[in-house]
Ligand binder design. Structure first.
Ligand SMILES: [Zn+2]
Length: 219
């Protein structure tokens, strides 16, 4: 069976990296999704960068405002609300397919640090799709040495949803080579996201999420 790969780029946008990623994706004809930070969208170059991502046919998602305390450890409902809704206010209006949210993973881990009860409630109320992942080659730790890990992770999944970062580590210099090598191995790129990575879809719980909801207590 052909293996599939969905590329996602988190923690941007950055003027010195995101346009470079867009050029590679255009050249290789790979549509992707960018999970952006509100605090970066609010910078003077944030909106134009987001518009260029959207105009190129990629999808935009919400990756929190500040990428700080994971929500499962964040006791303030007010902070959680600002992190999600404040960011979404900057994304709504840009062409994208649906409201997508990716929680901060804290080094790529999945677990009950991802969401608080308040975060879960907002995602359901506002009709979000929560996009998790099953592949994280840690490009930020090994900017010149992640391609082999990424290829191995593709081989390990029928449909990999991979987290990369359009951040200034230098890792994205190797994006074109990675795409070529994945294609040489018969891996097909898709913009669609594996249903297995979307336990909340369009505001509905479609797979168990209790393992992703912590109890940070109230303040
Ligand atoms: Zn992140």
């Amino acid at each position: 069976m052909t293996k599939s790969l969905t590329l996602t780029f988190d923690n941007g946008p950055f003027a010195e990296v995101t346009p470079q990623v867009l050029r590679v994706l255009e050249e290789k004809e790979v549509p992707a999704t960018f999970f952006m930070l509100g605090e970066r969208l609010a910078l003077p170059d944030g909106r134009p960068l987001a518009e260029s991502v959207s105009a190129a046919g990629h999808w935009l998602g919400n990756h929190t405002w500040s990428h700080s305390t994971p929500f499962g450890r964040q006791p303030s409902d007010e902070v959680v609300e600002h992190e999600i809704r404040g960011t979404q206010a900057l994304i709504d209006g840009l062409a994208t397919n649906r409201r997508m949210f990716r929680p901060k993973g804290d080094g790529g881990q999945l677990g009950d640090h991802l969401l608080s009860p308040k975060a879960r409630d907002i995602l359901l109320e506002d009709g979000f799709t929560m996009v998790l992942w099953n592949s994280i080659p840690r490009d930020w730790e090994k900017p010149d040495d992640w391609v082999e890990t990424a290829l191995e992770q593709c081989e390990a999944h029928e449909w990999a949803v991979m987290v990369l970062h359009d951040t200034p580590t230098g890792a994205m210099r190797h994006l074109g080579r990675f795409i070529d090598e994945a294609r040489d191995r018969g891996i097909e790129f898709t913009q669609e996201i594996s249903p297995g990575c979307m336990p909340i879809t369009d505001g509905r719980v479609v797979a168990p999420i209790t393992q992703f909801v912590g109890d940070p207590g109230a303040v």
